[in-house]
Write a new protein. Structure first.
Length: 293
Protein backbone atom coordinates (compact mmCIF):
# COMPACT_ATOMS: atom_id res chain seq x y z
CA UNK A 1 0.00 0.00 0.00
CA UNK A 2 1.49 3.34 -1.04
CA UNK A 3 0.62 6.85 0.02
CA UNK A 4 -0.12 9.21 -2.85
CA UNK A 5 2.79 11.60 -2.24
CA UNK A 6 3.02 15.02 -3.83
CA UNK A 7 6.42 14.65 -5.53
CA UNK A 8 9.24 15.40 -5.17
CA UNK A 9 9.58 13.93 -1.70
CA UNK A 10 12.72 14.30 0.42
CA UNK A 11 13.85 12.98 3.78
CA UNK A 12 17.19 12.82 5.64
CA UNK A 13 19.35 9.70 4.99
CA UNK A 14 18.76 8.49 8.55
CA UNK A 15 14.99 8.43 7.90
CA UNK A 16 15.36 5.84 5.12
CA UNK A 17 13.11 3.32 6.90
CA UNK A 18 10.68 5.83 8.33
CA UNK A 19 7.03 6.20 7.41
CA UNK A 20 6.59 9.65 5.88
CA UNK A 21 3.51 11.84 6.17
CA UNK A 22 3.39 15.09 4.20
CA UNK A 23 1.81 17.61 6.57
CA UNK A 24 3.02 20.54 4.48
CA UNK A 25 3.95 20.76 0.80
CA UNK A 26 7.09 22.60 -0.27
CA UNK A 27 9.01 25.20 1.74
CA UNK A 28 7.65 28.55 2.93
CA UNK A 29 11.06 30.23 2.45
CA UNK A 30 12.35 28.44 -0.67
CA UNK A 31 15.10 30.98 -1.46
CA UNK A 32 18.35 29.21 -0.49
CA UNK A 33 20.46 29.34 -3.64
CA UNK A 34 22.11 25.93 -3.01
CA UNK A 35 18.81 24.05 -2.69
CA UNK A 36 16.32 23.21 -5.42
CA UNK A 37 14.39 20.58 -3.46
CA UNK A 38 11.06 22.41 -3.45
CA UNK A 39 11.40 24.92 -6.29
CA UNK A 40 8.66 23.15 -8.24
CA UNK A 41 6.07 23.56 -5.45
CA UNK A 42 3.98 26.31 -3.94
CA UNK A 43 4.07 26.10 -0.13
CA UNK A 44 0.85 24.93 1.49
CA UNK A 45 -0.33 23.26 4.68
CA UNK A 46 -2.36 20.08 4.26
CA UNK A 47 -5.79 19.99 5.93
CA UNK A 48 -6.40 17.78 8.95
CA UNK A 49 -8.91 15.60 7.11
CA UNK A 50 -6.29 14.57 4.52
CA UNK A 51 -3.52 14.01 7.08
CA UNK A 52 -5.82 12.04 9.40
CA UNK A 53 -7.04 9.82 6.55
CA UNK A 54 -3.45 8.92 5.63
CA UNK A 55 -2.53 8.17 9.26
CA UNK A 56 -5.62 5.95 9.61
CA UNK A 57 -4.82 4.11 6.39
CA UNK A 58 -1.16 3.45 7.23
CA UNK A 59 -2.00 2.42 10.81
CA UNK A 60 -3.88 -0.49 9.25
CA UNK A 61 -1.15 -1.45 6.79
CA UNK A 62 1.96 -0.74 8.88
CA UNK A 63 0.83 -0.98 12.53
CA UNK A 64 4.34 -1.79 13.80
CA UNK A 65 5.89 1.44 12.45
CA UNK A 66 8.67 2.66 14.75
CA UNK A 67 9.70 5.93 13.10
CA UNK A 68 7.76 8.70 11.40
CA UNK A 69 9.13 11.66 9.45
CA UNK A 70 6.88 14.67 8.83
CA UNK A 71 7.47 16.25 5.42
CA UNK A 72 7.92 18.45 3.42
CA UNK A 73 10.77 20.85 4.07
CA UNK A 74 8.84 23.03 6.40
CA UNK A 75 6.56 20.98 8.65
CA UNK A 76 7.49 23.07 11.68
CA UNK A 77 5.96 26.11 10.00
CA UNK A 78 2.48 24.89 11.01
CA UNK A 79 1.19 26.26 14.29
CA UNK A 80 1.95 24.40 17.51
CA UNK A 81 -1.66 23.42 18.13
CA UNK A 82 -1.94 21.68 14.76
CA UNK A 83 1.44 19.95 15.19
CA UNK A 84 0.40 18.66 18.64
CA UNK A 85 -2.86 17.32 17.15
CA UNK A 86 -0.95 15.45 14.40
CA UNK A 87 1.75 14.04 16.67
CA UNK A 88 -0.68 12.90 19.36
CA UNK A 89 -2.82 11.16 16.76
CA UNK A 90 0.18 9.37 15.24
CA UNK A 91 1.19 8.09 18.68
CA UNK A 92 -2.37 7.03 19.38
CA UNK A 93 -2.65 5.03 16.14
CA UNK A 94 0.86 3.49 16.17
CA UNK A 95 1.70 1.80 19.46
CA UNK A 96 5.41 1.17 18.77
CA UNK A 97 6.56 4.63 17.74
CA UNK A 98 10.11 5.38 18.89
CA UNK A 99 10.65 8.67 17.12
CA UNK A 100 8.81 11.41 15.22
CA UNK A 101 10.95 13.99 13.45
CA UNK A 102 10.87 16.77 10.84
CA UNK A 103 13.02 19.38 9.13
CA UNK A 104 13.23 22.72 10.96
CA UNK A 105 14.43 26.13 9.82
CA UNK A 106 15.98 28.44 12.44
CA UNK A 107 13.19 31.00 11.90
CA UNK A 108 10.50 28.39 12.56
CA UNK A 109 12.05 27.39 15.89
CA UNK A 110 12.45 31.04 16.87
CA UNK A 111 8.82 31.84 15.98
CA UNK A 112 7.57 29.25 18.47
CA UNK A 113 7.50 30.13 22.16
CA UNK A 114 9.54 27.96 24.56
CA UNK A 115 6.19 26.70 25.91
CA UNK A 116 4.96 25.72 22.44
CA UNK A 117 8.19 23.88 21.67
CA UNK A 118 7.98 22.07 25.00
CA UNK A 119 4.33 21.12 24.45
CA UNK A 120 5.08 19.72 20.99
CA UNK A 121 7.97 17.74 22.42
CA UNK A 122 5.86 16.38 25.27
CA UNK A 123 3.16 15.42 22.74
CA UNK A 124 5.78 13.27 21.01
CA UNK A 125 7.75 15.31 18.45
CA UNK A 126 11.30 14.23 19.22
CA UNK A 127 13.84 15.44 16.71
CA UNK A 128 14.63 18.29 14.31
CA UNK A 129 16.89 18.25 11.26
CA UNK A 130 18.28 21.74 10.80
CA UNK A 131 20.55 23.03 8.05
CA UNK A 132 23.28 25.23 9.50
CA UNK A 133 25.18 25.18 6.16
CA UNK A 134 27.73 27.80 7.30
CA UNK A 135 28.59 29.87 10.34
CA UNK A 136 29.91 32.77 8.28
CA UNK A 137 27.38 35.59 7.96
CA UNK A 138 28.93 36.63 4.63
CA UNK A 139 28.47 33.13 3.19
CA UNK A 140 24.96 32.81 4.69
CA UNK A 141 23.98 36.07 3.01
CA UNK A 142 25.55 35.08 -0.32
CA UNK A 143 23.50 31.87 -0.43
CA UNK A 144 20.26 33.58 0.79
CA UNK A 145 19.96 31.34 3.84
CA UNK A 146 17.54 33.59 5.69
CA UNK A 147 19.51 33.26 8.94
CA UNK A 148 22.75 34.50 10.47
CA UNK A 149 25.14 32.70 12.84
CA UNK A 150 23.60 34.28 15.93
CA UNK A 151 20.03 33.19 15.07
CA UNK A 152 21.18 29.67 14.16
CA UNK A 153 22.91 29.26 17.54
CA UNK A 154 19.87 30.68 19.32
CA UNK A 155 17.49 28.35 17.46
CA UNK A 156 19.50 25.17 18.11
CA UNK A 157 19.94 25.96 21.79
CA UNK A 158 16.26 26.89 22.16
CA UNK A 159 15.19 23.55 20.66
CA UNK A 160 17.67 21.59 22.80
CA UNK A 161 16.40 23.38 25.92
CA UNK A 162 12.87 22.27 25.00
CA UNK A 163 13.99 18.63 24.85
CA UNK A 164 14.64 18.04 21.15
CA UNK A 165 17.41 15.95 19.65
CA UNK A 166 19.14 18.14 17.05
CA UNK A 167 20.69 16.81 13.86
CA UNK A 168 22.42 19.55 11.88
CA UNK A 169 24.01 19.79 8.46
CA UNK A 170 26.97 21.87 7.31
CA UNK A 171 28.25 22.15 3.73
CA UNK A 172 31.95 21.91 2.85
CA UNK A 173 32.90 24.15 -0.06
CA UNK A 174 29.92 26.49 0.37
CA UNK A 175 32.19 29.54 0.61
CA UNK A 176 34.25 28.61 -2.45
CA UNK A 177 37.97 29.41 -2.50
CA UNK A 178 37.59 33.06 -1.48
CA UNK A 179 35.63 32.50 1.73
CA UNK A 180 36.91 29.03 2.63
CA UNK A 181 38.76 30.00 5.83
CA UNK A 182 36.01 32.29 7.02
CA UNK A 183 33.32 29.70 6.23
CA UNK A 184 35.06 27.00 8.26
CA UNK A 185 36.00 29.28 11.17
CA UNK A 186 32.41 30.54 11.49
CA UNK A 187 30.94 27.07 11.12
CA UNK A 188 33.19 25.67 13.87
CA UNK A 189 32.21 28.59 16.12
CA UNK A 190 28.49 27.92 15.59
CA UNK A 191 28.88 24.18 16.25
CA UNK A 192 30.94 24.90 19.37
CA UNK A 193 28.32 27.35 20.64
CA UNK A 194 25.30 25.04 20.29
CA UNK A 195 26.72 21.46 20.18
CA UNK A 196 24.01 19.68 18.17
CA UNK A 197 23.58 16.00 19.05
CA UNK A 198 24.44 15.02 15.48
CA UNK A 199 26.36 16.88 12.79
CA UNK A 200 26.65 15.75 9.19
CA UNK A 201 29.09 17.44 6.83
CA UNK A 202 28.03 17.38 3.17
CA UNK A 203 29.96 18.72 0.19
CA UNK A 204 28.39 21.40 -2.01
CA UNK A 205 26.42 19.81 -4.82
CA UNK A 206 24.43 22.01 -7.16
CA UNK A 207 21.68 20.76 -9.44
CA UNK A 208 21.86 22.25 -12.94
CA UNK A 209 18.62 24.17 -12.47
CA UNK A 210 20.02 26.39 -9.71
CA UNK A 211 23.74 26.43 -10.48
CA UNK A 212 23.64 29.76 -12.32
CA UNK A 213 21.50 31.41 -9.64
CA UNK A 214 23.99 30.28 -6.98
CA UNK A 215 26.97 31.65 -8.96
CA UNK A 216 25.16 34.91 -9.80
CA UNK A 217 24.44 35.59 -6.12
CA UNK A 218 28.18 35.36 -5.47
CA UNK A 219 28.76 38.27 -7.91
CA UNK A 220 31.45 36.40 -9.80
CA UNK A 221 33.43 35.59 -6.63
CA UNK A 222 32.67 31.87 -6.47
CA UNK A 223 35.37 29.39 -7.44
CA UNK A 224 34.73 25.80 -6.34
CA UNK A 225 37.24 24.07 -4.12
CA UNK A 226 38.90 20.83 -5.24
CA UNK A 227 39.21 17.54 -3.35
CA UNK A 228 42.45 18.54 -1.62
CA UNK A 229 40.93 21.81 -0.44
CA UNK A 230 37.81 19.96 0.70
CA UNK A 231 40.01 17.76 2.86
CA UNK A 232 41.76 20.88 4.19
CA UNK A 233 38.37 22.37 5.13
CA UNK A 234 37.38 19.16 6.87
CA UNK A 235 40.64 19.11 8.85
CA UNK A 236 40.24 22.76 9.89
CA UNK A 237 36.59 22.24 10.85
CA UNK A 238 37.36 19.27 13.11
CA UNK A 239 40.34 21.10 14.62
CA UNK A 240 38.36 24.23 15.47
CA UNK A 241 35.30 22.57 17.03
CA UNK A 242 35.55 22.91 20.81
CA UNK A 243 32.81 21.27 22.86
CA UNK A 244 32.37 19.54 26.19
CA UNK A 245 29.03 18.12 25.04
CA UNK A 246 28.91 15.05 22.86
CA UNK A 247 28.52 15.64 19.11
CA UNK A 248 28.20 12.58 16.86
CA UNK A 249 30.01 13.71 13.71
CA UNK A 250 29.60 12.09 10.30
CA UNK A 251 31.13 12.82 6.90
CA UNK A 252 29.61 9.94 4.95
CA UNK A 253 27.05 11.54 2.63
CA UNK A 254 27.16 10.59 -1.06
CA UNK A 255 28.35 14.10 -1.94
CA UNK A 256 31.58 13.74 0.03
CA UNK A 257 34.87 12.69 -1.51
CA UNK A 258 36.05 11.25 1.82
CA UNK A 259 34.48 9.44 4.77
CA UNK A 260 35.26 10.35 8.38
CA UNK A 261 33.25 9.67 11.52
CA UNK A 262 33.67 10.01 15.25
CA UNK A 263 32.29 11.65 18.38
CA UNK A 264 33.42 14.95 19.87
CA UNK A 265 35.20 15.59 22.11
CA UNK A 266 36.73 12.13 22.68
CA UNK A 267 37.48 11.21 19.05
CA UNK A 268 38.68 14.62 17.90
CA UNK A 269 42.39 13.75 17.80
CA UNK A 270 41.73 10.43 16.10
CA UNK A 271 39.63 12.12 13.40
CA UNK A 272 42.36 14.73 12.83
CA UNK A 273 44.95 11.98 12.47
CA UNK A 274 42.76 10.15 9.96
CA UNK A 275 42.32 13.28 7.81
CA UNK A 276 46.06 14.00 8.06
CA UNK A 277 46.78 10.46 6.86
CA UNK A 278 44.35 10.93 3.96
CA UNK A 279 46.12 14.13 2.95
CA UNK A 280 49.41 12.27 2.80
CA UNK A 281 48.08 9.20 0.93
CA UNK A 282 45.74 10.50 -1.78
CA UNK A 283 46.64 7.59 -4.05
CA UNK A 284 45.28 5.08 -1.50
CA UNK A 285 42.22 7.04 -0.43
CA UNK A 286 41.06 7.48 -4.04
CA UNK A 287 38.38 10.15 -3.55
CA UNK A 288 35.17 9.93 -5.54
CA UNK A 289 35.68 13.52 -6.63
CA UNK A 290 33.28 16.38 -5.97
CA UNK A 291 30.10 16.34 -7.99
CA UNK A 292 27.73 19.02 -9.13
CA UNK A 293 29.93 21.24 -11.31
Amino acid sequence: MMLNYDAPLYRPPSEARSLIFQVTLGCSFNECSFCDMYRSKEYSERPWGDVKAEIDMMAEYLPDTKRVFLADGDALNIDAEYMIKIVKYIREKFQNIERISCYAMPMNILKKTPEELKQMNEAGLDMFYLGIESGSDIVLKKVTKGAVAKTIIKAVNKAKDAGYVMSCMVILGLGGKKYSKEHIKGTAEVLSACSPNYVGALTLYLENGIKQEFIDKYDGEFVRINDDESLEELYDLIKQIETKDEIIFRVNHGSNAYTVKGTFPQDKQEMLEKVEWMKQHPEIVRPQGLRGF
